[in-house]
Design a binder for this molecule. Structure first.
Ligand code: PGA
Length: 263
């Protein structure tokens, strides 16, 4: 942690999108997190598929669990079949994931599109969670710092100073996503700290931006990861589909958020 209030966000991906399962999972997450000690020290969000956002937002209103989307289009409206825009989401949810590696690698999303999406989200009053991360080849070639630095610079190009406070960053090494092979806490923290420094160099409020870690975060490894200096929470895929596992990760972030553990 870096003394910044952590965020634990669940990315449901293309799961639990039918109204009944989305409702069940949302209520289970609300139930499992509601009784956690220290819940007031951490922000929590779930990001269902578009089809379930309204149902989940309604089920979670009045709870401490916020809602986000997984993607958006950069234009506010128009002839873009199948797309969903920032103004459409703004009335429904608070967060939106931008530049997830599955969007970049499976759907060919470019740095320029990520930048446009980030700007569109901010303009609509949404809080983007910008994802950056290196592939296994890039990692093995020792190019992590260069790759994530480039992704960060490209996405934030032209961003006014104060806007940076509305966004969160997530370091998600591609090789750790959905593989069960999380980055070591040392590697994750080192890259998160590097991103913190880069943000602080470029923006006057850059040192107040949260940098999450994502990639095979689980109940079993959350405590160690969340306890690292520089990691301000988690972006969680697989484990966010099981309310108890997700709650364990939230508890780990809440426990790490204060110097004296009260859990
Ligand atoms: P995972 O996914 O936790 O299943 O590795 C993380 C993500 O894609 O954000």
């Amino acid at each position: 942690m870096s003394g910044i209030r952590p965020l634990v966000a669940g990315n449901w991906k293309m799961n639990a999108g039918d109204p009944a399962s989305a409702l069940d999972l949302a209520l289970a997450v609300a139930g499992a997190t509601a009784e956690l000690a220290g819940l007031d020290r951490v922000d929590v969000a779930v990001c269902p598929p578009f089809t379930a956002i309204a149902t989940v937002a309604q089920a979670l209103s009045g709870t401490r669990v916020a809602v986000g989307a997984q993607d958006l289009h950069w234009e506010p409206a128009g002839a873009y079949t199948g797309e969903v825009s920032a103004p459409m989401l703004a009335g429904l949810c608070r967060h939106v994931i931008v530049g997830h590696s599955e969007r970049r690698h499976l759907f060919g999303e470019t740095d320029e599109q990520v930048r446009l999406k980030l700007q569109a989200a901010l303009a609509a009053g949404l809080c983007p969670v910008l994802c950056v991360g290196e592939t296994l080849d890039e990692h093995d070639l020792g190019r992590t710092a260069e790759v994530v630095g480039h992704q960060l610079d490209a996405a934030l190009q032209g961003l006014p100073d104060e806007a940076v406070l509305s966004l969160d960053l997530a370091y998600e090494p591609v090789w750790a996503i959905g593989t069960g092979r999380a980055a070591t806490p040392e590697h994750a923290a080192e890259v998160c700290r590097l991103l913190h420094s880069r943000l602080a160099e470029r923006f006057s409020a850059g040192d107040r931006v949260r940098v999450l870690y994502g990639g095979s975060v689980s109940g079993a490894n959350a405590q160690e990861l969340m306890g690292q200096e520089g990691i301000d929470g988690a972006l969680v895929g697989g484990a966010s589909l099981k309310a108890r596992d997700f709650a364990e990760i939230v508890a780990a972030a809440a426990g790490a958020a204060v110097p004296e553990r009260t859990l």
